[in-house]
Each structure stands twice: as C-alpha cells, then as structure tokens.
Design a protein around this ligand. Structure first.
Ligand SMILES: NC(=O)c1ccc[n+]([C@@H]2O[C@H](COP(=O)([O-])OP(=O)(O)OC[C@H]3O[C@@H](n4cnc5c(N)ncnc54)[C@H](O)[C@@H]3O)[C@@H](O)[C@H]2O)c1
Length: 321
C-alpha cells in the first residue's frame, strides 16, 4: 500500500499549484469537477487533505472522511465549509491569506469607476458613429474628494484604502475590531456607528465576512438615509446587502448605483430583479479572477497542505475553529 498522502482537489485550480504536488513524491492527488454530495462522500473517504473552491463541504461530506487532517480553502471566505464538523474531527482549516486582497481591491475600483463613468456609454457612442452626441450625453461623476466608507478593515479593506487614497478620496472605516490607531495609520477615519455616517457617504464598499451580525447589514432602512449619488459595491458575500431592499432603493432613486460580484444565491436566479436593473453592474464572483491572483491562490492552496504536513503552516493561515 502506498504511504503517500492522498489529496483530493475539489474543483480545478491553477496548474502552478498542481505542479507543486506533481513534483513532490510524498503526495498523490485526484482532481474532481463533480461536486455532488454522494460523489464527494465516496471520493473523500480515504483522503488526507482536500482543497476546495466555492462548492459546499457539508458536515455529511466531512464526516465521510476517515483520515482527513486538512481542508485548504482556495480563497479566504469559508462560509461554504461546515465548521462544526471540521472542529469535531479536529481538522485544520487553512485559507489563502496572502493571495487575493489586491485583486479584489482592484475589482472594487473597477466597479466604482465603471459606475461613476457610465460604463460603456462613451465607448458605444463612438463605435456607433455618434461622436457628435458628446454634449448631449449624461455627465459622469468624479470620485476625487468624495467620501467612501469601507466596512470591514481586514486584508481587502486595507488594500482598498491605499487605492482610494491614491484617488484622493476621504476614507471612513467601519470595523469594531480594528483600533482607531491602526485605521488612522492607514489614513482612514474610524467610525463607530454605520447608521450615523451614511447620510454623508458617496460610496460604500463591503469587506466583512458573512455571519449573523453582517447579514442584511445594508437594508432598506439604511438605504433610505443615504445620499442620492451613493454607489454601493459588494465584493464580499451575498446577503450582506439585502437584494430585495437594494433593488427597491435603486428603483426609488434613493441611491445612484451598485456593483455586485456576489449574490445571496449563486448563480443568481434569472428572476432576480437585480439582473435586469440597469443601475447595477454585475460580475460572476470573479473579483479574484486575475491571472496573477489565480496563480497565487493555486500555489498557496497547495503549499498550505504541504506546510501543514511538514509542521510549518503559519498560524495566520489557519482559521480558529
Ligand atoms: N469576491 C471575491 O471573490 C472575494 C475574494 C476574497 C474575499 N472575499 C470576501 O471578502 C470579505 C473580506 O475578506 P478579507 O480577506 O479582507 O477578510 P479579513 O478576515 O481579513 O477581514 C474581515 C474584516 O471584517 C471585520 N469584521 C468582522 N465582523 C464585522 C462586523 N460585524 N462589522 C464590521 N467589520 C467586521 C473584521 O474585524 C476584519 O477586519 C470576506 O467576506 C470574504 O469572503 C470575496
């Protein structure tokens, strides 16, 4: 019997990560695309480690594993993994903590600028032969000198503030777990109450985890207090903004626009009204899908497994269960 560690790669990752396993004689691996629960239960049975992207790793699947020691998340959010079962089975959960903050922060700037500048309006005008319409088009908006609120000041929030300050925005930060000193060192202004500040905010970007405290953080009551020119970006997790409330607020012109990379249900239901709302700019949970970031995530996902079995996995990459 082989004494190689067996790794199950659930959902393909960048070949740069696979190369690490191919070159290491301590490991064998299998890549699976099928994420159906009974299939995964049969595959995970004798595995020592598993990598997982966005598909669900339920308690049922985790309990079917007899040897599993590490779950390595390709990404940083872990709301798709049953934490209770992982803890019961004393399994380590690792994330790609250093891989994706910059890519997500760039995606937020892309969405913010795209909405402020009218997305494809100018491009279409020229390509359709309507250059002379330039004076008739709606005016776009500057982000210079505007107030942005960053909710959640972890890896991505801290990458985003640098980009916002580069555009000379004034940055307010809402994160009860990060001190005023740290926020000020980054050039931000700490706020304690999100409800009080929203009436003065021109843009909001969400970077909190999804949990019982953050679900529906942005709801109709709060949207009613916002400036009419406010743009909201959610590249964190669906459900942090209440989608029905957001659609209503946009239709009532309570805010200017929204950029969403994530949805309460993914893929979103085609009946979801936000898919037809032209004040919304969407992407299919691809904020981290740059070539560079996918390479980094693929490598870090696998390296975390190798480091774990070598007894070298850094504490900052482990989630406390
Ligand atoms: N769209 C994507 O592809 C993508 C990629 C990576 C991460 N994400 C998501 O982005 C979010 C942030 O990721 P990160 O790597 O910056 O995480 P992080 O853990 O480094 O930071 C999260 C921050 O949120 C703060 N926080 C927690 N609860 C809060 C609350 N109730 N109110 C305000 N702040 C609170 C924490 O103190 C922490 O500073 C996560 O939801 C993650 O799932 C999405």
């Amino acid at each position: 019997m082989s004494n190689k560690k067996k790794i199950l790669i659930i959902q393909p990752i960048h070949h740069a990560g696979i190369d690490l396993l191919e070159k290491n004689s301590n490991y064998e691996f299998e890549i699976v695309k099928n994420t159906e629960i009974n299939f995964l239960k049969s595959k995970i049975k004798d595995c020592d480690g598993v990598t997982i992207r966005t598909s669900k790793l339920s308690g049922d699947i985790i309990h079917a594993a007899s040897k599993l020691k590490i779950i390595s998340r390709h990404g940083v959010g872990y709301d798709n993994i049953d934490l209770k079962s992982s803890k019961e089975k004393n399994i380590t959960l690792a994330i790609t903590a250093t891989a994706n903050a910059v890519a997500v922060a760039e995606h937020v700037m892309f969405m913010l600028l795209s909405i402020s500048k009218g997305k494809n309006m100018y491009d279409n005008t020229v390509k359709e032969g309507n250059f002379d319409d330039r004076n008739k088009l709606p005016k776009t908006i500057e982000i210079w000198n505007k107030n942005i609120l960053i909710a959640g000041f972890g890896r991505i929030g801290q990458a985003l503030i640098k980009r916002c300050l580069g555009f000379e925005m004034k940055v307010f930060v809402y994160d009860p777990f990060v001190s005023k000193e740290v926020i000020e060192k980054f050039g931000g202004i700490k706020i304690d109450n999100i409800n009080e500040v929203c009436k003065n905010i021109d843009a909001i970007s969400l970077h909190v985890p999804l949990n019982e405290n953050t679900k529906n953080l942005i709801n109709y009551e709060l949207l009613k207090t916002m400036k009419k020119n406010c743009i909201i970006i959610n590249a964190a997790r669906g459900g942090i903004i209440n989608e029905i409330d957001l659609d209503r607020a946009l239709n009532e012109d309570l805010i200017f626009g929204a950029g969403l990379d994530v949805f309460e249900v993914e893929p979103p239901n085609l009946e979801n009204p936000l898919l037809k709302n032209n004040k919304v700019f969407l992407s299919p949970h691809t904020a981290a899908f740059t070539e560079e970031c996918m390479t980094r995530m693929g490598i870090e996902t696998v390296q975390n497994i190798i480091d774990f079995f070598d007894g070298k996995l850094e504490e900052s990459k482990k989630i406390k269960l």
